[in-house]
Structures are given as C-alpha cells and as structure tokens.
Design a protein around this ligand. Structure first.
Ligand code: GDP
Length: 536
C-alpha cells in the first residue's frame, strides 16, 4: 500500500500540492521520448536498469488479449502514468503515445498535466507531431520546457532550431545551456544559469556528471579544458544568443509564452539532471482548474477530480475499466464517496490505484496533481467530474476534430439497433466519435489516428458481437459549426451532403478537402468552424 506523499506526509493540502509536478513529454516519434522517460525514471530511482520501460510494456501486452493489435503494431495503445520522486518532489509523468497512430487519448492526456517537456531531435527540428501536440498544449497555455536531443550526433544549426520554435510555435526561447560542438566533437554544454561547463565524455554514461568546471564563460579555466576554436565559437554564439533571446522570465514561461531550452543527449544521459532540476525549479505545481462555475484551487478542502482517460481492461470477459482521474483539490483517502456530477450518483472509491514504473499499488491517499486509477464497470466516462458534493463541472476536456472519417458497414442489417448502442457507448467512453449524416443511414466514425479504428472494430466485435467493416468516407475532416441559428440553418441546408450531427446533436460540417473547408470559413464569416468541442 502506498501514499503518493512519502512516509512522513505533508502538513497541509497546499504543501502537498506544492511538491507535485504533473507533466507529459511531447515529441515526434523517434525524437527520443522513450529514452528520455527511461533516464528520468532512473534519475528518480524508479527503475534501476535502462531498458525496463519497454520490457514492462511487453509483459503487460502479453497478458492482454484484445491488445494483440498493440502487439502486432509494436506500439503502446495505452496512456499510462508513472510516479517517481526526485529532490523531495513527487513527479507524475503521463505518457503520450507518440506514434503516428496516436489517438484522442494522447491529446486528452494533455488536459490533465500542468506542464510539458518538448523533446526535439537536434537533427530534425520541429516535426509534424510535435506541432500537433504543442497546439493542444496551447489550448490551455501549458508551459513547456524544451529539450533539444541527440547532441552527440550531427545536428542542425542551433540558431535555426531556436528560430523554428519561435516562428512555428510562436514561443519565445531562452537557452539555459549551450552546446560546445556536436556529433563526434561534442564537448558538452555550458550551463548559462549556473555558470559552469559540463563536459561530455564520449566514453562513459554521463548520469554521474563529474566533469564540471565551475567558471564564468570567459574564465581561462575553460581555455585549458576545451579546444580553442570550439570554445571561441561557443563563446561567440552564447554572446549572440544572449543578445537575441529574452532573459528567462518565470511568469512568461508559466503563462505559456516562453520556453527555456536545454541541449543534451538522452541516450548518453547528458543534460538529464539539469532538465529535471528545471522541472522542479520552474514547472508549476498543480494549477487551479477551470470549471463551469469558478476556478478550483488545489488547496481547497473538498476533493475534486476529473476523468481524462478510460482504459478498457485486459480481460475481455469482464467489462471492467480503469478510469484515470486527475485530482484537482483536497486530500483523497481510500474509500472516499464521491459525487458523479453527470449522473448525480454517489461512487465509493475503494480500490484506487497509483501507478509506479514497476508496480501498481493501492492508493491509501493521494493529493492534487496525482492521478489515480479507478476500477469500474463502465460507470465512469471521459470528461466526468467527481466531487465531494459540489455540483460543478471541470471544463476544457474537449473532443478533437477527427482527422480520419470512416463509414461503418454492418454485415447483418438486423443488428442496426445493436450497432447504434455500441457506437454510442464507445463514443461516450471516448474510444471514437460518431456522426450521423443528414443524408443517408450510415454512421460515420471519426478518429484522430488509424489505430483507434482497429481498436474500435475489435471492441465492437468482441464486446457486442457485431461484425462491422469500415469504408473510406469521402471526407477529409470535420468541424463543429457554431453561430447565429438562422445562419447555421442556411449553411447546413446548402451543404446537406456534408452536414451531420455528433452524438449530442451538435451540427458538424464534414469537409471533402482542405479547399472546401477554407472556402466555407471564408464564405460564412458569421459562423465558427471549430476543431475542438467541449464534451458534454
Ligand atoms: P521515441 O520514439 O521518441 O520514444 O524515441 P526513442 O527513445 O525510442 O528513440 C529513438 C531512437 O533514437 C532510438 O534508436 C534511440 O536509441 C535513439 N536516441 C534517443 N536519444 C538519443 C540521443 O541522445 N543520441 C543518439 N545518438 N540517439 C538517441
């Protein structure tokens, strides 16, 4: 049994919250997210041998049946949470699957974090998926710390990458360290915050960083340790970068306008400690959370939380689920009865789970910022608010405009009603979105990643006994339409073949291509075409 707070226990809710960092790593596949995760866990003592993150994943996959898809595709479907400690702070690291086949869960996980680390491959810069994930962070102004990885390999010009961050992501950058050389002649990084040179030794793992020269950047001690031409270049670059980039400003970072930038190598454990120190020193502790009534402060006494992900469990014979709940306020104790705002029901939480890198443990208590797993049989849904009584609803857990739309083809037409029920229930759980076109009887499902379709097909068949196929639908993307009702009616009447309703009856425009979408936006300036919609 575990307390997420350690043995002694904090004196107050506010104190416990202060000592928590709930964050995610966003990255394009192959940038080094898994490697970095592993190194962070090692640093926090949560695992002891590199390689265990994946090994554990395999163990888990082997136990599950419907997750065969996961196995055959060699990626992880589930978004998991890992808790570890470092410098007396509890870290809750939420995993965001980075494969191109990521799902809405990946996006929604970002609604449950207070900050993020953005990993960029130094040779590639900002890639498509980094950008998408960043945009989701931007919806809630999630503060970002940037880690430019793989400095032990030939990388692109550092200035170019900084420019890319400020231009593509519209974020100010403040380098906190600066690399001396790269690839085969990578010598290390100068820590501009602490004024010390951290030397890289290509022959050893750098987790126990011993080669440090404490010296101002123009100190001759550095000349003695580094090749003259490389040092001269780095000094010149640092001068330039300090003139060109704003000074680090904690408020701007926390408001999501500025990102501190670190350079390093996850594989060689170089720069990891600095990065984790930055999370402790700069990243916000649990932030106040918006609701439909007011903001909830973490140190409020009544316990509140919201569900951002529901994972169907491993055993297909039992329809049990684990709902991942982010606690927003109060001190949670095992056995607490919480009020499910959507249904008005009372739910006793008797077996809450805390997730560690190598184990799951019963949570005796948990604090704001912690993520607990709540086993249930389908009662809890994505977007649900649970409170100790107050009738408020956390906002900002949206549906995201699907990027893949498919028509559902039913093998046995007698099962149409069953299919409706299955789709509605899976949509409520957050596995897919469903749309009912204004013309025609077929359902359209919408997802943000191909894998979600596979999961959907498997679950409809194994849990509801219905065989379905998915056909390409002639649509490129969907947008929710909002605005003046008369104008909306005119628009939908004119575009009947592209109009649909989502499961709540909200009007949706399904564009056939990007040109159509832009055209609609231009031609109907009084309407809003949105890529996200708050779940209701
Ligand atoms: P993910 O897809 O973002 O999780 O990326 P991985 O952590 O699996 O890394 C992708 C590949 O890049 C693997 O082959 C890693 O060994 C490699 N890699 C990760 N970090 C570094 C690094 O700092 N330097 C070098 N040279 N390779 C790295």
């Amino acid at each position: 049994m575990a307390s997420a707070a350690g043995d002694s226990g904090p004196a107050s809710i506010g104190e416990a919250a202060e000592k928590r960092r709930t964050f995610a790593i966003i990255a394009h596949p192959d940038a080094g997210k898994t490697t970095l995760t592993e190194k962070l866990l090692l640093m926090g003592g949560a695992i002891h041998l590199a390689g265990q993150v994946k090994a554990k994943g395999e163990g888990r996959r082997a136990r599950s049946d419907w997750m065969k898809i996961e196995q055959s595709r060699g990626i992880s479907v589930t978004t998991s949470v890992m808790t570890f400690e470092y410098r007396d702070v509890t870290f809750n690291l939420l995993d965001t699957p980075g494969h191109e086949d990521f799902s809405e869960d990946t996006y929604r996980t970002l609604t449950a974090v207070d900050s993020a680390i953005m990993v960029i491959d130094g040779a590639k810069g900002i890639e498509a998926q980094t950008r998408k994930l960043f945009e989701v962070c931007r919806l809630r102004d999630v503060p970002i710390i940037t880690f430019i990885n793989k400095m032990d390999r030939e990388a692109r010009d550092n200035f170019e990458i900084l420019d890319e961050i400020s231009e593509i992501l519209a974020l100010d950058t403040t380098p906190m360290s600066w690399p001396v050389g790269m690839g085969g002649i990578f010598r290390g990084c100068y820590d501009m915050r602490e004024q010390k040179m951290m030397l890289f030794d290509g022959n050893k793992d750098s987790s126990e960083l011993t080669d440090v020269i404490d010296a101002p950047v123009d100190d001759p001690k550095l000349d003695a340790a580094l090749p003259a031409d490389q040092l001269a270049q780095a000094r010149e670059e640092m001068e330039l970068v300090q003139a060109a980039c704003p000074e680090f400003d904690l408020e701007n970072y926390r408001a999501g306008h500025l990102t501190p930038v670190f350079f390093g190598s996850a594989l060689r454990s170089f720069g990891i400690k600095q990065l984790l120190d930055a999370v402790v020193d700069f990243a916000p502790s649990p932030r106040p959370q918006p609701t439909d009534r007011r903001e909830i402060e973490p140190d409020e006494k009544p316990v509140t939380g919201f569900v951002f992900k529901v994972q169907a469990n491993m055993d297909p014979n039992h329809r049990d689920r684990i709902a991942f709940m982010r606690l927003c306020s109060g001190k949670f104790k095992r056995g607490l009865k919480m009020h499910q705002v959507r249904t008005g029901k009372s739910i006793g939480i008797y077996n809450p789970i805390l997730f560690f890198a190598q184990s799951r443990e019963l949570a005796e208590e948990a604090w704001p910022g912690d993520i607990i797993g709540v086993p249930n049989h389908g009662t809890l849904r994505v977007g649900d608010t649970l409170t100790e009584g107050e009738n408020l609803r956390f906002t900002g857990i949206p549906n995201f405009a699907p990027e893949i739309l498919r028509r559902v083809r039913l093998d046995d037409p007698m099962k149409a009603k069953h299919l409706k029920k299955a789709l509605e229930s899976l949509a409520e759980e957050g596995v897919t979105q469903v749309f009912r076109p204004m013309i025609g009887a077929d359902w359209i499902v919408g997802v943000v990643g191909q894998l979600q379709i596979d999961v959907l097909a498997t679950r409809i068949e194994s849990e509801y006994g219905i065989k379905v196929g998915f056909e390409a639908a002639p649509f490129y993307s969907a947008r929710w339409v909002d605005g003046d009702p008369a104008e909306m009616k005119r628009f939908l009447d004119r575009n009947q073949s592209s109009a649909a309703e989502d499961r709540d009856g909200a009007p949706v425009y399904m564009a056939r291509n990007s040109w159509d979408l832009n055209r609609a936006i231009e031609d109907w300036p009084k309407l809003k075409f949105t890529a996200t919609r708050e779940r209701s």
